[in-house]
Design a protein around this ligand. Structure first.
Ligand code: NAI
Ligand code: MG
Length: 359
C-alpha cells in the first residue's frame, strides 16, 4: 500500500474526463493513494471571481504531488485562467522545469511520413518560471495615436543555470546529445546571455555533445530530422512552442504528457497533459486519456515509484499497439473510459509481474 497524498485539479472541459482515467490507472498499479480533489476551474471563476482561493498554494503545499487536468474555457479569457492558477502554482512551488517527453508510440501514426519509434524520442526541457512569460510591462497612452505596449523578458543567472544544468544531466543519462534553442540574432540581449550560460555549463559535461540552433531552424529540424535530436533545452516561450510542435508531429496532443517539476523537492511537482480543455469535444466522452495517463506515469517516476511508472508506460504502449481500442483522434470509435479502463487492466497485470518480467 502506498502512503502518498496526491491532489487533483481536474479543471475544465476534457481535463475532468481524462483525470478520472489517470486516477483509475494509478490506483490500478499503486493501491492506497489518498486522493484529494480541488474543484478549481473557469466555472468556479465565474461564480467566485477567482480561479483558486488566495491560499490555494498553501492548501496544496503538503501534498506529495499534483495531477492537473486543464484550465481554460470559453467565457473566461485564457490569460485569466493561466495567470490565475497555472503560473502562480508553478512559481509557488519552484517548478522551474517543464519536462516534455516526445515519443512516437506504437500503434499510432506520425504526421511525418516514414518515421518510426526509433526516429522520434525527444525530451524537451523547457524553462518554466521566468523568461518571456513575465508580468513586467504595460500599455502606455491607451487609445491615443502614440499608444504602445511593453512586454519585458527576465533571464536570471540562477534561472538559466539551473534549467541548463538540469538538461545537461538528462542528456548525460540519455543519448549524450543536447541541443539549445536560441535566437541570438533577433533577441540581442537575452539570447546571447542564455548562450553564454549554456557554453559555460557545457565545459562541465565533456561527455555531452552540444548544438545551439536558432529556434526557427530547430523547428524545421524537428520536422525534417527528428532522429538527430535527443534532449532539447529552451526558454519558457521557445520550449512551449517547440513542445506543441513536437507533440503534433508524433501522435498529436492526445498522447503528449508533461511535468512541472521541482527537482529539489522543496514543494510538490505538478503533472498534466500538454493539451488544454478542448472545448470542441468537451462533454462528449471521447477525449483521448493517454496524455494524462502518461502524465500520471511521470508523476509516479518522480515519486521514485519506477516499477509502477514502467507498468503504466508499457500498458499504454501495448494497448495502443494492439489497436482494438482507439478514441476518435486515433481513428477509432472508443470512449475515454473504454481506453482508460483497458490501460488500467493491462497496467494492473503488468504491476503484478516481477520487475524482471516487465522488461
Ligand atoms: P486544446 O489542446 O484544448 O485543443 C486543441 C485541439 O486538439 C482541439 O481540436 C481538441 O479537440 C484536440 N485535443 C486536445 N486534446 C485532446 C485529447 N486528449 N483527445 C482528443 N483530442 C484532443 O487547445 P485549445 O483549443 O487551444 O485550448 C482550449 C482551452 O484550453 C483554452 O482555454 C486554453 O487556454 C486552454 N489550455 C490549457 C492548458 C493547460 O491547462 N495547461 C494548455 C493548453 C490550453
Ligand atoms: Mg503550450
Amino acid at each position: 500500500m502506498s502512503q502518498y497524498r496526491i491532489a487533483t485539479i481536474p479543471g475544465d472541459g476534457i481535463g475532468v474526463d481524462v483525470t478520472v482515467e489517470a486516477v483509475r490507472v494509478l490506483d490500478a498499479v499503486l493501491p492506497g493513494i489518498e486522493w484529494t480533489e480541488f474543484d478549481w476551474s473557469c466555472e468556479g471563476y465565474l461564480r467566485t471571481g477567482a480561479m483558486m482561493p488566495a491560499d490555494g498554494p498553501e492548501q496544496l503545499a503538503g501534498f506529495d504531488s499534483i495531477l492537473l487536468g486543464a484550465v481554460g474555457f470559453p467565457g473566461v479569457p485564457d490569460h485569466v485562467s493561466l495567470w490565475g492558477l497555472l503560473i502562480p502554482l508553478r512559481r509557488a512551488f519552484s517548478q522551474y522545469v517543464n519536462l516534455r517527453p516526445v515519443r512516437l508510440l506504437p500503434g499510432t501514426t506520425s504526421a511525418l511520413r516514414d518515421r518510426t519509434a526509433e526516429d522520434l524520442d525527444i525530451l524537451i526541457v523547457r524553462e518554466n518560471s521566468e523568461g518571456e512569460y513575465s508580468e513586467i510591462g504595460g500599455t502606455h497612452n491607451p487609445g491615443r495615436p502614440d499608444e504602445f505596449v511593453l512586454q519585458e523578458s527576465v533571464f536570471t543567472r540562477v534561472g538559466c543555470e539551473r534549467i541548463i544544468r538540469f538538461a545537461f544531466e538528462r542528456a548525460a543519462e540519455r543519448g549524450g546529445r543536447l541541443c539549445s534553442a536560441t535566437k541570438s540574432n533577433g533577441l540581442i540581449h537575452s539570447m546571447p546571455y542564455w548562450d553564454s550560460v549554456f557554453e559555460r555549463i557545457a565545459t562541465e559535461y565533456p561527455q555531452v555533445q552540444t548544438r545551439q540552433m536558432h529556434v526557427d531552424a530547430l523547428a524545421a529540424e524537428i520536422v525534417l530530422h527528428p532522429d538527430r535530436l535527443d534532449v532539447i533545452v529552451g526558454s519558457n516561450l521557445f520550449g512551449d512552442i517547440l513542445s506543441d510542435l513536437a507533440a503534433a508531429v508524433t501522435g498529436g496532443l492526445g498522447l503528449a504528457p508533461s511535468g512541472n517539476v521541482n527537482p529539489e523537492r522543496t514543494g510538490p511537482s505538478m503533472f498534466e497533459a500538454v493539451h488544454g480543455s478542448a472545448p470542441d469535444i468537451a462533454g462528449q466522452g471521447i477525449a483521448n486519456p493517454v496524455a494524462q495517463i502518461l502524465a500520471g506515469a511521470m508523476l509516479l517516476e518522480q515519486l521514485g515509484e519506477t516499477a509502477a511508472a514502467a507498468a503504466v508506460d508499457r500498458a499504454v504502449s501495448e494497448v495502443l499497439a494492439e489497436g482494438k481500442i482507439r478514441t476518435p483522434d486515433l481513428g477509432g470509435k472508443s470512449t475515454t473510459t473504454d481506453l482508460g479502463t483497458a490501460i488500467a487492466h493491462r497496467a494492473a497485470e503488468l504491476a503484478n509481474l516481477t520487475p524482471a518480467e516487465t522488461h
